[in-house]
Design a protein around this ligand. Structure first.
Ligand SMILES: NC(=O)c1ccc[n+]([C@@H]2O[C@H](COP(=O)([O-])OP(=O)(O)OC[C@H]3O[C@@H](n4cnc5c(N)ncnc54)[C@H](OP(=O)(O)O)[C@@H]3O)[C@@H](O)[C@H]2O)c1
Length: 325
């Protein structure tokens, strides 16, 4: 089968496309004929050896895919050959065939195509867990989303609006701003124009945002503590900017606000049933048109390096996908 292979630690340019043997199927697992795989930030970190999970070399990167089930282990009960599914795994998605645990496999509704099926999982599951369970976002509250045109950011914008929040976003450039407005964002702040905290305070009549979703870190996190409302929740999603911030404890004290960690992977390990339920909710909302996962760009598998570089260059809006059909 065709597979993207990481043979040596490094950036996207080190990855190769080659023919390898299909992976073997274990108990409780299903084999997917991959139609579409989604690229996520993990696919920039893991091949560099900079992610918390470090597979032995060589390995096939990619964690999210959609396609048809072509084989199931004897003990699999809820998924059958012929089902069209979304599946995730720690790695292995950027190949013609992927092995997924039955528990990480979800049958796609008829009106949800493979592109959206592959694209929604990472960002929307992270953001629903973050906003609903960790941030306790309430209708009418102000949600500030950073990196709002990115894979997890745009999902947070979309879900925040669907949950009845007033959404403010930060992102670079006019194109990202215009797409974000089509997702119901009230104001888009370009953080290359200067500090965003003052604009957030003006937009909220001095109160600050109730919930702040931060996948960027560094200075973005620091400024967020200076434009958060009393009793606000600052959600620590990630450090796409590369700097892990340090919080001065006097600021949460003064605002009676919380800095709240979010780990979807940890939640999945501790409460897999809750995460399965979340995917059920998300897929029904997508099928109903209540939320709209956005495909940023499509690349054939032979151009996977370009797909990764497009994301790394911060050119993309939503989720980049790689196609195998
Ligand atoms: N906590 C969890 O459970 C969880 C789950 C999934 C992902 N994450 C984390 O969330 C973060 C974002 O993931 P993603 O898939 O949304 O990535 P992405 O699609 O690349 O989006 C990241 C966004 O961050 C902004 N950004 C600001 N500074 C950046 C920099 N120096 N380099 C790259 N981007 C920068 C970019 O927007 P502008 O160009 O507009 O500034 C970009 O759109 C990652 O750190 C990832 O590990 C966490």
């Amino acid at each position: 089968m065709r597979s993207i292979v990481c043979e040596d630690w490094g950036g996207p340019e080190k990855l190769v496309l080659k023919d390898i043997d299909p992976p073997s199927l274990g108990a409780g697992q299903v084999r997917l004929k991959v139609s579409v795989a989604a690229i996520t930030f993990v696919d920039l970190l893991m091949p560099r050896g900079k992610y918390q999970i470090k597979p032995d070399l060589p390995f096939t990167p990619g964690s999210h895919a959609a396609g048809d089930v072509i084989e199931v282990a004897d003990d699999v009960t809820n998924i059958k050959v012929g089902d069209r599914v979304y599946g995730f795994a720690a790695w292995g998605a950027l190949a013609d065939e992927m092995i997924v645990d039955e528990s990480a496999c979800f049958v796609l509704p008829n009106n949800v195509n493979n592109e959206v099926g592959a694209a929604y999982g990472n960002g929307y599951a992270t953001s629903l867990y973050a906003l609903r369970d960790r941030g306790k976002l309430q209708p009418g509250e102000t949600l500030l989303v950073h990196g709002a045109a990115g894979g997890v950011g745009l999902a947070a914008v979309d879900l925040g609006r669907a949950m009845g929040a007033r959404v403010i976003a930060t992102a670079r450039g006019a194109e990202k701003a215009s797409v974000l407005r089509t997702y119901g964002v009230e104001a888009v702040i370009d953080y290359t124009d200067g500090p965003f905290k003052d604009q957030v305070n003006v937009l909220t009549d001095g109160a600050g945002a109730d919930v702040i979703y931060d996948p960027v870190g560094g200075d973005v996190f620091d400024q967020s503590l200076r434009c958060i409302n009393w009793d606000g929740r600052l959600l620590v999603i990630g450090f796409a900017g590369g700097t892990i911030p340090q919080a001065p404890a006097n600021l949460p004290l003064l605002k009676s606000c919380s800095i709240v960690g979010v780990s979807l992977g940890g939640y999945r390990q501790r409460d897999p049933t809750a995460v399965r339920d979340m995917h059920g909710i998300l897929l029904s909302w997508i099928a109903e048109g209540r939320i709209r996962p956005r495909v940023a760009a499509r690349f054939p598998v032979a151009e996977t390096i370009e797909a990764l570089q497009a994301m790394e260059n911060r050119e993309t809006i939503g989720r980049v996908i790689v196609t195998f059909d």
